[in-house]
Design a binder for this molecule. Sequence first.
Ligand code: ACM
Length: 654
Amino acid sequence: MYILAFANNAIYTAHMILRQITLIALCCLTGLAVLAQNTERKISIIPEPVDINRTGGHFTLPAKITIRSAESPEVMNTASLLKSRLEAATGASVETSNTDDTYTIRLQLNADEDAVLGKEGYRLQVSPKTIIIKANQPAGLYYGAQSLLQLFPHEIESARPVKTEKWQIPCVNIMDYPRFAWRGLMFDVSRHFFTKEEVKKFIDNMVRYKYNMLHLHLTDDEGWRIQIKSLPKLTEVGAWRVNKTGQFGTFSPPTPTEPRDYGGFYTQDDIKELIKYAADRFVNIMPEIDVPGHSLAAVVSYPELSCTPGVEKYSVRAGEPIMDWSQGAPPIAMLDNTLCPANEKVYDFLDKVITEVAALFPFEYIHMGGDEAPHNYWEKNPAILELMKREGLKTMEEVQGYFTRRVETIVQSKGKKFIGWDEILSGSPSQSTAVMSWRGVDGGIKAANSGHEVVMSPLTYAYLDYMQGDVAIEPKIYATLRLNKSYKFDPAEGITNVNLVKGGQANLWTENVYNMRHAEYMVWPRGMAIAESVWSPPAKKDWTSFYPKVEEHFKRLDFAETKYAPSIYDPIFQASAGPQNTLMVQLSTEIPGLDIHYTFDNSFPDNFYPKYTSPLIVPKDANTLKVITYRDGKPIGRIITVQISDLKGRIKKK
Ligand code: ACM
């Protein structure tokens, strides 16, 4: 008995020891796996570099961090970027030095040109003990540093020290350079005004993704935003309007007694400060003065510039309807928002504006708009009819062409190049004029075919004011542009002479963007898709590897406190007529791996509700469809309520 008991005990003890060993081993393995996961974290650089080669092992930030860089102020910009970001997020102090032989990070300008890199390319080498970025020009070092920051854990984006297991990154060799020299974002600061500090935050966000062009849309019907010293009324009067909130475009017209206290403008000192801030980050700022249409703020300030002075009592637009698009383009103006091409005072006015703008902005181009100019007020104007006779102009389009060429001459007389929206093509501008294609890609193709340089910013891929998901959840705009469509943007699409494609840009119009948080929501993540379209080689673009990177960047933006749209997690609804007069709804998702749960009973669905597997026939008396997406058992999308009447309406529209 005792022997048996002893034996049993021994077996039990041995069993327990084995179990402990197994547990310890398991713990170790799990620990190693976690560590391995950290070091083997997928590289998620956006835009995708030309070449990434993982060399094995990892680099961990040491306690003492030294950045060695050349003495030039332009290289110091990159050293300062790295110093400020590393210090902010890690809490460590970072030394910068021009001489130190023992460095953590080295920024090195090539003594001999590395031909493949061009002006903006870089090589980034991460070894176990040191990081070296090499480039031909300071801009390349800056982009190398942006890629380096994206190798660090998400927490590196924080403006405050964060605890993380290790500031560790994989050892890699990266070689990278951009596909296009013009990588732009347009920010409409006219429809809603954004302060100088907000524009700086916009720049901070764009440079993370290697954008180098900020196109500021400075004037429109809703406000004139740049001080012109010789024309003070532009900002005393034209920068201010009645404040209205809601669905822009549907508001009641401002009454004479409502206060005109919404708005603002940049003084010329503000503009200089922004230009310097942008230049320190290798960003050019291109000003846009949008004429002859979209000029109500100018006309309100100086009514003699229109074809209808004194006929109407003008007011800077506060979001009331002013255009009728029912007849197509050009629109019919319900009040005259144009400069009068037959009025010499207009060219004197533009000469003054362009003189000051040209003196302020170092960038070689001035954008003079040219889009969506209504012609209906011109048609009735005796001075226009006389101009047509004198100049042999047969149509209103030709009248606008005459205006374009006059403005082009003024721009060129100030030593600048002219660029405008694709409508300017009908004016047969001179060869040095560049065209920004926005009404799809056709304008750009036509312009390039006739020898003009082009910047592609087609609404089909690059309009950031469009909704990113379904109208049932997104702030309502008349069109939708999902991330996967933006990602298909190729600035060279359809263009034979690719050398004439300067690059591409995405445009954020702000009629319905009332604040900076929403501006961020509209730009990200589509700004990532456009960034990859203008930087990365087409062969490196791949949606199935792009969207997981975007998800990684969502975590980065959380730390950076930058808002973004989570619309890729929400379903796409397709309504159609079902059998026997029923309504059928098909649901799908932009990215794979999501479960859609739904209900027609007006309660809030979760993962205990039916999972969508095939097209749904809407119950006869249902009035809403509510959906939510889950991934791995956790909610990931937003609850969306779609009215059945709305779904029925979508079929009728087809
Ligand atoms: C534009 O979107 N009207 C250029």
